[in-house]
Structure formats: C-alpha cells, structure tokens
Write a protein that binds this ligand. Structure first.
Ligand code: NAP
Length: 371
C-alpha cells in the first residue's frame, strides 16, 4: 500500500477531508501517517478504533518516507517544506490545498469533473504537484459547467458572499464568539422593548474596544467585510485576482474556451458555504430554456433551482447546502440592462467541492493508477 502522509488534518479543510475519506473508506486503500507542526509525538484517534502517533511535519526526513504527502496546512508551510523535500530528491506526489503552487507551470490545479483529461496527461508527463483551486473558482466552474462545455461564455462578473470558515477553523469560532457577544444585547428584551434602544445597544457592543475581533480585525457578525486576502496594486484583492487566472489555467489545460472573470469578493457572517451572484455575458441571444437545460444537466452535482421565490429561498442558501456535495444553481434570468446578459446565483459548500473533495479525488486517482 502507498504510504500517505497527511499534514493539516485538524484544520478546517483537513477535518472535512478526513470526514469524506472515512465516508468513502479511502483509508482502507492506503497506509496513513498523520503529521503536525505543533503536536508531534501526541497520540490521536483519527482513524476509527486505532491510535496514531503524530509525526513531525517539520522533519524533512520523516516526510521523505512518504509516497504521497497531502497538505491542508497552508501556504507558509508549503513554501518552507516542499523546496526542502525536492532538494533532498524526494520524488513523491505533493497534494495541496494552499494557493502557493497554483500558478506554477509544474503544478496542476485539480478539479477533475472539469479537467480530468489535463490531469491524465499530466500524470503521463510525470507531474508531481497537484493543487486544489480557489474555493469560489472551483464552485463557480462546476456551477456553470454546462455553459463552459458549450463554449458560449464571453465574460463573468462574480460577486461573492463568502462564509467565515473560508478563513479557517479559528475564524469560524471567532464569528460565533462575536454572535454570542451581540446576543447579550438581547438580555431583558421583550416585544415591548424599543427597537432603536436595542439597535443602539448592538452598535455599542460592536464598536466597543472589548468586542472580540482578533482574527477578522473588524465585526463580521451583524456586518460584513468587503475585502478578502491581500491588496494588489491594481485595486483588486488577491482573492479577486485568483478568479480569472485560476479559471483560465483550469479551462486552458483542458482545451475549453477561456474568458475573463472579475468582481468583488465579500466576507459575510455565514458559517459555511460560499455564495456567488454571477452576471454572465453569453456570445448570443439563447433562449432561457436552453440556458437552464445546459446548466441543469452539466454534471451530477448540480441542484438546479427554478427561478421562483419559494424554491429559491428554500434551496439557494448556505443553510440549505452546507455539508452537501450538491451545488445549488438558480436565479437564472435574462438581465434587462443589456443584450445576452444573464444572472445566476450559486451556493456550494466551499469545504467540500471548494477544497477537500478535489484533493480527495486526486489522491484516489493517483492511488488507482499506482503512480
Ligand atoms: P485552518 O483551519 O486555520 O488550519 C490550519 C492549521 O492550523 C491546522 O492544520 C493546525 O495545524 C493549525 N491549528 C492551530 N490551532 C488549531 C485549532 N484550534 N483547530 C484547528 N487547527 C488549528 O486552515 P484551513 O482553513 O483548513 O486552510 C488550510 C489551507 O487550505 C490554507 O492554505 C487555505 O488557504 C486553503 N483553503 C481553505 C479553504 C477554506 O474554505 N477554509 C478553501 C480552499 C483552500 P497543526 O495541527 O499543525 O497545529
């Protein structure tokens, strides 16, 4: 059996990855070793009824013993450890959730329902670095897969509503702490309480020095944050920049027509699952029936929601899709502002198809090919 080392298994992405690997019995196919940057030597029960001792994720010699390393640890870890491993002539497969390697020419962004052919070719060519795409990119590509296959997209403007868990496990906890602090303003509230007094109390808690905001630096509960990741010189955030470059790297590698993507990425107080409001320019005036059919039938994970109020509020939300592999796609209609423009609203669990699932699937592809 291949020896697979997993780093970052207790983080947000890592925890969901392990859950999926348990569900699909992936651990039966591999000899698994768990690594940690902070808890080496500790005993854990990650595998059912089996105790594992954590290995040191900073010890290159321990890591070198693995055939495959799968990291959900983050970009700084990748930057530090992978070059050392390659210097030591480690020839194994490196699978990564972080963005560090995505645009490297010797790394493939994996999203096999879209770029299986590119993955197969890369395996034959000896590629060893496999990276999951940005969460909103992977979810968007799967959501509009039908339009991509048909080659009818001219450009996409994507306005995102990204959940707290997109920033990691600790940020998710901070959102809950913020919610708890705000809900203290509900003490003594009755239907008779003056709403302006209540609102004032909430605002005071939010703007107080004592309000917990160590990680987000500003309130997220009861508010939003209109910037994700670093600031670039052209006014985009790095998250917004990823939208176009990663999309086109994935599409190009599989011979699909490429297109520009741009828009604003916003953090909202959802716990899990990212939503995106897409404005899509098509290359012609297609009927709404044709567009709906293309979207709905593109891949097995699409949950197409008819553009009606009841169905939309019930099925097109983080609350409706969290923990599910299905990707909700709806609010499809022609926009009145210009020709050939349509709207699409899509919601998907960014920890599943946006992070853990493509990694789990490339791991399985490599295991099945015994490469
Ligand atoms: P995370 O939750 O912050 O976890 C990263 C590491 O933090 C863990 O592996 C763990 O490492 C350490 N850690 C310290 N205290 C912890 C605690 N109390 N609970 C859990 N972990 C703790 O990060 P993440 O969101 O999984 O992201 C990992 C990588 O995936 C990043 O590069 C990120 O950009 C990328 N990614 C994330 C998402 C997402 O939606 N979150 C989506 C796509 C890609 P040790 O065990 O070694 O201490």
């Amino acid at each position: 059996m291949l020896r697979v080392g997993i780093i970052g298994w207790r983080g947000m992405v890592g925890s969901v990855l392990l859950q999926r690997m348990h569900e699909e019995n992936d651990f039966d196919k591999i000899d698994t070793y768990f690594f940690s940057t902070s808890q080496a030597g500790e005993k854990v029960h990650v595998l059912k009824s089996q105790e594992s001792t954590l290995h040191n994720a900073l010890d290159v010699h321990e890591l070198k013993g693995m055939d495959i390393l799968l990291s959900c640890q983050g970009g700084d870890y990748t930057k530090k450890i992978l070059p050392l491993l390659r210097e030591e002539k480690w020839d194994g497969h490196w699978i990564d959730a972080a963005s560090t390697l995505r645009m490297d020419s010797n790394a493939v962004i994996v999203l096999d329902p879209i770029n299986k052919e590119a993955i197969e070719n890369a395996i034959k060519e000896g590629t060893k670095n496999w990276v999951g795409g940005n969460c909103t990119v992977s979810l968007m590509l799967l959501a509009i897969h039908g339009l991509i296959k048909e080659g009818i997209v001219e450009w996409v403007s994507s306005m995102t509503y990204q959940a707290a868990s997109g920033a990691g496990a600790q940020n998710m906890k901070e959102l809950l702490v913020q919610m708890g602090e705000l809900s203290k303003s509900l003490d003594d509230v009755t239907y008779e309480t003056n709403i302006l007094e209540l609102d004032k109390k909430v605002q005071m808690i939010m703007s107080s020095e004592k309000f917990t905001k160590e990680l987000f630096s500003v309130p997220l509960a009861g508010s939003l944050i209109p910037w994700i990741d670093e600031e670039l010189e052209n006014g985009q955030s790095r998250e917004e920049w990823k939208g176009s470059v990663e999309t086109n790297k994935i599409l190009q590698s599989n011979g699909f027509k490429t297109f520009n993507v741009d828009g604003l990425c916003i953090r909202i107080g959802a716990m899990r699952s990212h939503s995106q409001a897409l404005t899509i320019k098509l290359n012609n005036n297609y009927s709404i029936e044709k567009i709906e059919k293309l979207l709905a039938s593109a891949n097995p994970w699409i949950n197409f929601v008819a553009n009606h109020k009841e169905a939309s509020i019930k099925h097109l939300s983080p609350a409706a899709v969290s923990g599910k592999l299905s990707i909700a796609v709806g609010r499809v209609r022609k926009l009145n502002v210009s020709e050939n423009l349509i709207s699409v609203f899509t919601v998907g669990d960014q920890l599943l198809w946006g992070a853990a699932e493509p990694l789990r699937r490339i791991l399985n592809i490599l295991i099945n090919k015994k490469v």
